[in-house]
Design a protein around this ligand. Structure first.
Ligand SMILES: Cc1cc2nc3c(=O)[nH]c(=O)nc-3n(C[C@H](O)[C@H](O)[C@H](O)COP(=O)(O)OP(=O)(O)OC[C@H]3O[C@@H](n4cnc5c(N)ncnc54)[C@H](O)[C@@H]3O)c2cc1C
Length: 489
């Protein structure tokens, strides 16, 4: 009989289209997940960024869904807490496995760790077989197979389109053979992962998170719905402020509950549907932005700390803790900003347009360092990504690669009117303004006193006055940018 194999689940919480799992075909499989955070400070990878609170909540839901799915086919998922090396070694020893299969995590510090772990397991006579599945074009090579850092998205995307024929087809859902522990044998004593391991230090704010939208089945259902109802209008609707114009797949993609190869292949198979062409093209481009941000991280591993344009190291960011708090808690006095920030806190999600408006307000209207905003998003987002989050913050702040120029400063009132024209998003998340007519919902400080009274609002008491004047803030930001240019010359 073939020896059993361990599938080490990491950021690939799915059965279908999982190359490492397919590689176990024909051998009894035992699933293992290891929560390593806070372990072994001596490891080089101890620098791996501690996970944010919302992401921990999301991980646990994803694991629960995966465990239930595997259990239906008699496959066990051992969830442990501790260091990967001794845990994998002792489980392999106790079940007689010689191979451990896993999918790579495409982040530089995780990859350093994989190399060290692979060597240590080899010394113990175990083979660690790693596959690539999180990205279409695993870094550090670019889609053309070159090792240079491409600083232009259009060049990256062009190379990706040329290389598209190399993208491997997804493998489907393999029939797995469960590993059954022989009678009288037991697994080694390992510390099981329990919810409080993940929740320790995390405030209980997750009541509004959608627990049903977690796991592989939810991801596939979402993708099918999007193909049927969302793709045709995606190019026009993706900017909807409530995020309903997008696929809503980012957290699923991040946790590997759906394969990006599946998305890419399904889209490629739709070329005969001209009515989907515009949506398909735009969606493909967004997937490539995801790839591009990982490409950037591979070449600039300290992207969450260091601006990709080094000049911005001298930018005169303001220390304004009270203003930062007002932004975080949705108390800026700009209804759209407050709705967005409360939406993030309550749901763990925010639309792409919303993220751009919220990030622009912090970095340009308040001149607060993008790193502060990035770390808040890191803690609150269900899809928090060590590549896409800092990359996008730098993009909005103007210090990233192929970034929006710093002087592109959104007017929050105009953005609000354009992307939430009837004010329904504001009314949902800023209920104190719900009774205000649409004509004033984007700028309540311009409403006549009688109208405010009728709506039951006293500005400054029930809802804040704007914390900064738009024209003043805009000029201050432009002056700050000009000072950077001057000191640089
Ligand atoms: C300040 C800021 C921070 C962000 N932080 C994150 C983050 O931590 N994690 C994250 O996954 N995305 C992040 N994004 C990108 C984007 O906002 C989200 O991916 C998107 O809103 C998710 O919604 P969706 O799944 O409906 O996307 P869709 O519009 O359906 O797009 C499909 C997929 O493409 C990818 N994608 C879409 N837009 C982008 C983009 N601009 N950059 C890179 N990839 C993209 C996502 O994986 C997404 O699921 C950030 C954007 C900004 C401006």
């Amino acid at each position: 009989m073939n020896p059993p194999i361990i599938h080490w689940f990491r950021r690939d919480l799915r059965r279908a289209d999982n190359p490492a799992l397919s590689a176990s075909l024909g051998r009894p499989v035992l699933g293992v997940f290891i929560w390593e955070e806070g372990q072994a400070q001596a490891r080089p990878a101890a620098s791996i960024r501690p996970m944010g609170g919302a992401a921990k909540w999301r991980l646990l839901r994803g694991l629960e869904a995966l465990e239930a799915d595997l259990r239906r086919d008699g496959i066990n998922l051992v969830m442990a807490r501790g260091e990967a090396l001794p845990i994998l070694g002792s489980i392999a020893g106790s079940i007689g496995a010689r191979s451990i299969c896993a999918n790579r995590i495409p982040e530089p510090d995780a990859q350093d760790e994989e190399t060290i772990l692979g060597a240590a397991l080899a010394e113990a006579g175990l083979e660690l077989v790693l596959h690539d599945s999180a990205l279409l074009f695993p870094p550090p090579a670019d889609p053309a197979g070159e090792s240079r850092f491409r600083r232009s998205f259009s060049g990256f995307a062009r190379a990706a389109q040329i290389a598209a024929s190399r993208i491997s087809s997804p493998a489907g859902r393999p029939e797995l053979q469960p590993f059954v522990l022989p009678l009288g044998k037991s697994l080694p004593k390992i510390r099981p992962l329990v919810a409080t391991d993940l929740y320790r230090g995390v405030p209980d704010w997750a009541a509004g998170f959608d627990a049903r939208d977690c796991g592989e089945a939810a991801a596939l259902a979402r993708w099918r719905r999007f193909l049927e109802n969302g793709l045709a209008t995606y190019a026009d609707r993706r900017d909807a402020i409530d995020g309903e114009g997008g696929s809503g797949l980012s957290a699923h993609l991040h946790w590997g509950e759906i394969s990006v190869h599946r998305l890419w292949t399904d889209l490629a198979n739709l070329v005969h549907r001209p009515e989907l062409a515009a949506g398909s093209e735009k969606f493909t481009s967004e997937l490539l932005w995801r790839e591009f941000s990982h490409h950037a991280l591979a070449h600039c591993p300290d992207m969450a700390d260091a601006p990709l344009q080094p000049d911005f190291g001298r930018f005169p960011w303001r220390e304004a803790p009270a203003e930062y708090d007002a932004w975080r808690h949705g108390q800026t006095g700009y209804p759209i900003i407050d709705a967005l920030m409360r939406c993030l806190w309550q749901t763990g999600r925010m639309s792409n347009r919303g993220r751009m408006i919220g990030a622009s307000f912090l970095t340009k209207h308040l001149l607060i360092d993008w790193r502060r905003g990035e770390s808040w998003f890191w803690n609150c987002l269900l899809d928090a990504s060590a590549a896409t989050n800092p990359f996008s913050w730098q993009w909005v702040a103007g210090c990233g690669v192929d970034a929006a120029p710093f002087f592109r400063i959104f007017n929050p009132v105009l953005q609000s009117g354009k992307f939430d024209p009837d004010g329904s998003f504001i009314r949902k998340f800023v209920p104190e303004l719900a009774a205000l007519p649409t004509a004033f919902i984007h700028h309540p400080w311009t409403a006549p006193a009688t109208l405010l009274t009728q709506a039951g609002i006293r500005l400054g008491r029930d809802y804040p006055l704007p914390m900064v004047d738009h024209s003043f803030a805009r000029q201050r930001a432009l002056d700050a940018f000009a000072s950077l240019r001057k000191t640089g010359s």
